[in-house]
Design a protein around this ligand. Structure first.
Ligand code: FAD
Length: 154
């Protein structure tokens, strides 16, 4: 099957946007991701999918912890930065929860310990057991057909 056809089909699924953060060997690393979902309520589990070319893969494999930061519609610049879509450097304001770097003013920061991982094709799936959650008010940043958007209510 053609790669473009597969990408176009996946792009029809509207998602929110997250930045995954972690800290490995005292260095903070972030990466934009929309392959995220809730897995289980008891225990509280989530899943993310990291491409094998992403530097994040080695970082999470080392740290065995990650944070899912769900972005608001005022954080598009952060999404573009952590996806490597912009050249200019951006000063990023990390805060810390339970010794993990989180992105300030996200709609939610979901701190996880890696429970298990599965190599599937050119990605690795990490199941995270949730240890801490912070919630903030705001509207979500969205992603559909390769473009950022906002939720239009009403
Ligand atoms: P790099 O490319 O090295 O880093 C990414 C960017 O983050 C660089 O600009 C870097 O300077 C910056 N950065 C990293 N750490 C810091 C720090 N501590 N302080 C300041 N800046 C920092 N890929 C997936 O594997 N899975 C997905 O689910 C996924 N979803 C995506 C969804 C969207 C909407 C987009 C746009 C991209 C998505 N990607 C996904 C692609 C992924 O975001 C990029 O391929 C990314 O560049 C890979 O990051 P990396 O870990 O290789 O790190």
């Amino acid at each position: 099957m053609d790669d473009r056809l597969f990408r176009n089909a996946m792009g029809k699924f509207a998602t929110g946007v997250t930045v995954i953060t972690t800290k490995a060997d005292d260095a903070v690393h972030g990466m934009t991701a929309n392959a995220f979902m809730s897995v289980s309520l008891d225990p509280k589990l989530v899943i993310i999918s990291i491409g094998h070319k992403a530097r994040m893969l080695e970082k999470i494999t080392t740290s065995k912890r990650f944070v899912v930061n769900i972005l608001s519609n005022e954080q598009k610049d952060l999404s573009m930065h952590f996806a490597g879509q912009v050249k200019e450097d951006l000063a990023v304001d990390f805060e810390t929860i339970n010794d993990m770097p989180v992105i300030k003013d996200s709609l939610s920061n979901i701190v996880c310990d890696v429970k298990s991982s599965y190599v599937e094709g050119d990605h690795t799936l990490f199941i995270g057991e949730v240890t801490d959650i912070v919630l903030n008010e705001g509207e979500p940043l969205t992603y559909f057909e390769g473009k950022y958007g906002k939720v239009v209510s009403g």
